[in-house]
Every structure is written in structure tokens, then in C-alpha cells.
Design a protein around this ligand. Structure first.
Ligand SMILES: O=c1ccc(O)c[nH]1
Length: 342
């Protein structure tokens, strides 16, 4: 269903309020060719109505000749900000950047955040943004999960399908994604509602068995045939199965980058307003699949970079794999049981 501009301005006002936007602050909208016009139009109105100085920085897209998907999270690392000091200066001088382009996992994003600028990513379509409006309750749930993660030394993930994954943790920070940026230097993504960390470098081991209905992103497919992954020393060393495994292998091999097979962030979904089945109700390219990443009770496995967590590993290939019906335990204490948050 379309969203009215009035409702979208209200939604932006709610999110900018939670992000502590105050009178006289500088908001810069970072856009590119396919940024959603209504998201942009209503963000400018909401920010201006709150007394902010509102700029727009529109950059030409890059990587079209390299990416095999038009999903903005499919090809990471280099952005239109690479080698663009004038644009970087504008963003570092802003109090808040509303990223309608996608900087995630880029070195430029980290540099902008270090200057104290806040960055809020918002590239899902307006109807998804208004349906998954963030709340202080989401922040509380993410903070509770983070408190459990911060003290833990091992995350263990098992499932009836055969997953048995050992993830020693503690080397990297815990990241809470709750949909708004309420302190300087913070990055977040509207919509979200999940918490994760990264396994200690080269220490993840075991087996991941993807079952029918588990989701591959950016493919945005519910797999029909099981995929069995072997994990050794922090890398996925084998991806075996039938047609779904073959398609995943074919996509990943296009990057010709061994770093693509490293285990990236691991965590679980907390967003009660998001559902496993929602992805199937949208055309493949209509969303980037945040319902799938955020639905309460998923185990969100991923492969690729860890620079988002402060690691040194970068790669353009990033695969997110929300899994159902898993048991997640921290130092033996269950936090998710058969796909339900405890
Ligand atoms: O919001 C996001 C989106 C993708 C991802 O891999 C992490 N967080």
C-alpha cells in the first residue's frame, strides 16, 4: 500500500526525534540516482520542520560494471565517496547524515563516524519504513541482547537440520541495530531490530546446515534444497547441496575473493514487527530484505567483511543468511530456542 507524504513526514519526525535532532543542527541527505524520492522529500520536510539546516549531497553511483545485483548491499567497500574529499568534508561537518545511498562496510563510513557525525541508513521503501518504525522498546531489546553477548566467550548455534557452529567471541564489539542514532558517532539502519558481533578472527568452526525456507540475501530467495557449509578457522571452506548451493557458489565465485568466504557478523533477530514470510510478498528488487534480517528469533549468519566491527577484513561480497528454527546459546545459556527469542 502506498504511504501518504503526511504519514512519511510523521515517521521521519518520530525517527529524527528519537535521534535527538535539535534546532540548528546540520542534516545532510546523502543520495544517488535511485534514492527513493518520497523518502527524500519527506525527510527534508521533517528535518526542516524541526529547525535543522538541511543539505543534500547527490553523488553518482559506482560499481555498476562490477555488481551482479542492483541491491545496494550486494557490492560493498568502494562508494562514490572514495577519493572524494569535498564530499567527505561536507559529511564530516554534518551532525547527522541520512544515508539514502548506502555506505555500509565502507572505510568512508568509519571515517565520517569518527568525526562524531551520526549516520542513519534508510534505503527500504517508504511502506517498509513506516511498518517497521523503530521504538525505544526496540533499543531496550537490542541492549538486553547486547548485555548477554558482551560477557560471553562463545556463541553456539545448533539446529534439528544439523547446524552445529562454534563461534568464539569477545575480540570484536557488539553492535546493536535498533533503527535510530541517538548519540554522536553512532551508525544505525532504519529499519532493523537485531544485535550481533563478529567471531574472533579465524576461530569460527563447525557446520551450518541451511534448511528449506532459510533465506539468502542479496538473492532474496527462500532455499528449497538444504545447503551444508563447513566452517574451519573462521572461513566457510565448503558449500554443498543441490541447486541452491550451486547458485550461491556461482554468485560468490564471481568475486574471485577468498575473503568472501570468511564468517562475518553473527547474531539474532529481535524485531517483532518483522516477519519471515514478508520477503515473499515483495518483488525481488523492491526491498533489500530487512524484514528477513530482523524478524524475531532468526539466527542471522553472514559471510564477508568484518571491517564494520573494526576488523581488518574487507571484501565486496557480503552474504546475509537469516536462518529459522535454530538454538543459540551463549556460554551454554540459551538465548534463542528453535527460533524463538527466550
Ligand atoms: O543493517 C544491516 C544490513 C546488512 C547487514 O549485513 C548488517 N546490517
Amino acid at each position: 500500500m502506498p504511504v501518504s507524504d503526511a504519514d512519511m513526514v510523521q515517521a521521519w519526525t518520530h525517527v529524527l526525534g528519537l535521534s535527538n535532532l535539535s534546532h540548528g543542527q546540520v542534516v545532510t541527505l546523502l543520495t544517488t540516482e535511485n534514492s527513493n524520492a518520497q523518502t527524500l522529500r519527506t525527510a527534508k520536510i521533517a528535518a526542516a520542520n524541526m529547525g535543522a539546516i538541511v543539505n543534500r549531497l547527490d553523488l553518482s553511483p559506482v560499481n555498476a560494471e562490477l555488481a551482479h545485483s542492483r541491491d545496494s548491499l550486494a557490492y560493498l567497500g568502494s562508494t562514490p565517496l572514495s577519493g572524494n574529499p569535498a564530499a567527505m568534508a561536507a559529511l564530516k561537518k554534518s551532525d547527522l547524515v541520512l544515508d539514502l545511498m548506502t555506505l555500509l562496510f565502507s572505510p568512508e563510513q568509519a571515517e565520517i563516524l569518527e568525526s562524531g557525525t551520526k549516520i542513519l541508513l534508510a534505503v527500504e521503501p517508504p511502506e517498509v519504513l513506516v511498518r517497521l518504525l523503530p521504538s525505544a522498546g526496540d533499543k531496550r531489546l537490542c541492549a538486553e541482547a547486547a548485555a548477554l553477548l558482551k560477557g560471553a566467550r562463545e556463541m553456539r548455534v545448533t539446529s534439528a537440520a544439523g547446524t552445529d557452529l562454534h563461534l568464539p567471541i569477545g575480540e570484536f564489539p557488539v553492535i546493536e541495530e535498533y533503527g535510530y542514532v541517538d548519540r554522536p558517532g553512532r551508525w544505525d539502519h532504519w529499519p532493523s531490530g537485531f544485535t550481533f558481533t563478529f567471531p574472533n578472527e579465524r576461530q569460527a568452526s563447525g557446520r551450518v546446515v541451511l534448511d528449506r525456507g532459510d533465506i539468502l540475501l542479496p538473492m532474496k530467495s527462500y532455499i528449497d534444497t538444504p545447503i551444508e557449509m563447513t566452517v574451519k578457522n573462521g572461513y566457510v571452506t565448503a558449500i554443498q547441496g543441490d541447486i541452491d548451493a550451486a547458485l550461491l557458489n556461482d554468485y560468490m565465485s564471481a568475486f574471485d575473493d577468498p575473503e568472501a568466504y570468511a564468517v562475518s557478523h553473527v547474531g539474532w533477530g529481535l524485531q517483532k514487527k518483522a516477519r519471515w514470510s514478508t520477503l515473499g510478498l515483495y518483488d525481488r528488487e523492491a526491498t533489500i530484505g530487512m524484514d528477513a534480517r530482523a524478524f524475531a528469533g532468526n539466527f542471522l549468519f553472514s559471510m564477508g567483511p568484518n571491517n564494520e566491527g573494526g576488523g581488518s577484513r574487507t571484501t565486496a561480497c557480503h552474504i546475509d543468511i537469516p536462518m529459522r528454527n535454530c538454538d543459540v546459546a551463549l556460554d551454554g545459556k540459551p538465548v534463542v530456542r528453535q527460533g524463538r527469542v527466550l
